[in-house]
Ligand binder design. Structure first.
Ligand SMILES: NC(=O)c1ccc[n+]([C@@H]2O[C@H](COP(=O)([O-])OP(=O)(O)OC[C@H]3O[C@@H](n4cnc5c(N)ncnc54)[C@H](OP(=O)(O)O)[C@@H]3O)[C@@H](O)[C@H]2O)c1
Length: 317
């Protein structure tokens, strides 16, 4: 009964960092972001056909959703797609916490509906999934996906939705050269076989896999991502240098190669875009065809780093 098939461009845009206050060294990302800079990001992305914007209630406790809505102002609602999430850990105690959280997101984003709504993590699949059904029926959410769910949890969510004529249309998990837990667990194969779109997040490992940052130029001091990644940057150098070399042959960067790799694996990367210049990289990445040998080489170099970049909120699949 889902109204129409979920259709999205080859790359989606992530706005977790947009929830930071923008002061350098502050917040999760510690990047300096301004409203005018983010408007430029939106204009360039929209013009380039990158029109799916991923956010969540918990990115800066609503700030990311509000900042995104302001940056999209002036575009017709049909020109972009909004992807946001129900996060069980911040559920209220009303009769229907999913409807309540969605209502607050709609309010912050100044819209009547969300194109793609996610259950952010599998805190209690049997409890939260059924509450999506009336929202699908009313059209307030157009498509649903589950994030950070393993195979068993995806199957349970799909069964619950299936009883009402809907289905899990998308999965959103951490998936990068350095973190391929979903692939090992068969989630990628499952999605391919069942026509479920797999959105990969943290493809760039929050900047650590772009070649921009290294031991001599670490991630912003005081930020959460610096705490997570600065200690392992020396072990990533051989990999990022090879990514850079593969990119150079095609007029592209190491970051573009990471994105191209995620596309080559049949996934839709959600790339955290903070600077207007990064949008050209997405266009380049969409045009890169990595050879099987290059993919195998990059994955072998990634395995040789022997790092574990699992987020504090994640479990092995
Ligand atoms: N469902 C979940 O549980 C979950 C969890 C995590 C993320 N997500 C989603 O996935 C999105 C992506 O993850 P993320 O933002 O955490 O990390 P990411 O995409 O791995 O990395 C984003 C960072 O990489 C740098 N960057 C981006 N494009 C670049 C380019 N072309 N060249 C060089 N550097 C580039 C930027 O750092 P600088 O600003 O320092 O330049 C940016 O902040 C999030 O925004 C969010 O929407 C979902």
């Amino acid at each position: 009964m889902t109204s129409e098939t979920l259709r999205v461009p080859a790359v989606a845009l992530g706005t977790w960092a947009w929830g930071d206050s923008g002061d350098a060294g502050e917040g999760y990302f510690g990047s300096r972001l301004t409203a005018s800079g983010l408007r430029e990001v939106v204009e360039k992305a929209q013009a380039g056909g990158f029109t799916v914007w991923d956010t969540a209630v918990v990115y800066g406790t609503g700030r990311s959703e509000s900042v995104l809505a302001r940056a999209l102002k002036g575009y017709d609602r049909s020109e972009y797609q909004l992807s946001t999430k129900f996060t069980p850990q911040v559920a209220g105690d009303g009769d229907d916490p999913v409807a309540d959280m969605l209502e607050q997101s709609l309010d912050r984003m100044g819209t009547e509906y969300v194109d793609l709504y996610w259950i952010h993590n599998p805190a209690d699949v049997a409890r939260w999934t059924p509450l999506l059904i009336p929202l699908l029926e009313s059209g307030k959410i157009r498509h649903v996906g589950v994030s950070n769910h393993n195979m068993e949890e995806i199957a349970l969510a799909d069964q619950i939705l299936g009883e009402a004529g809907f289905r899990v249309e998308a999965v959103q998990n951490h998936y990068s050269l350095l973190y391929r837990s979903s692939e090992r667990a068969g989630v990628l194969d499952h999605c391919r076989e069942h026509d479920v779109r797999f959105f990969s997040y943290m493809v760039l490992e929050q900047g650590a896999l772009t070649g921009t940052y290294g031991p001599a130029h670490p991630l912003p001091e005081g930020s959460s991502r610096a705490a997570a990644y600065n200690g392992i940057l020396p072990r990533l150098q051989t990999l990022t240098e090879r990514m850079g070399a593969i990119g150079e042959d095609r007029g592209a960067s190491a970051a573009d190669v990471a994105t191209a790799w995620a596309i080559a694996k049949g996934t839709t990367p959600i790339i955290g875009v903070t600077k207007v210049g990064y949008i050209d990289g997405l266009t380049r990445a969409c045009g890169i065809e990595l050879a099987d040998e290059e993919i195998a080489e990059l994955e072998a170099l990634a395995d040789a780093t022997d790092v574990d970049t699992r987020g504090f909120w994640e479990r092995e699949m």
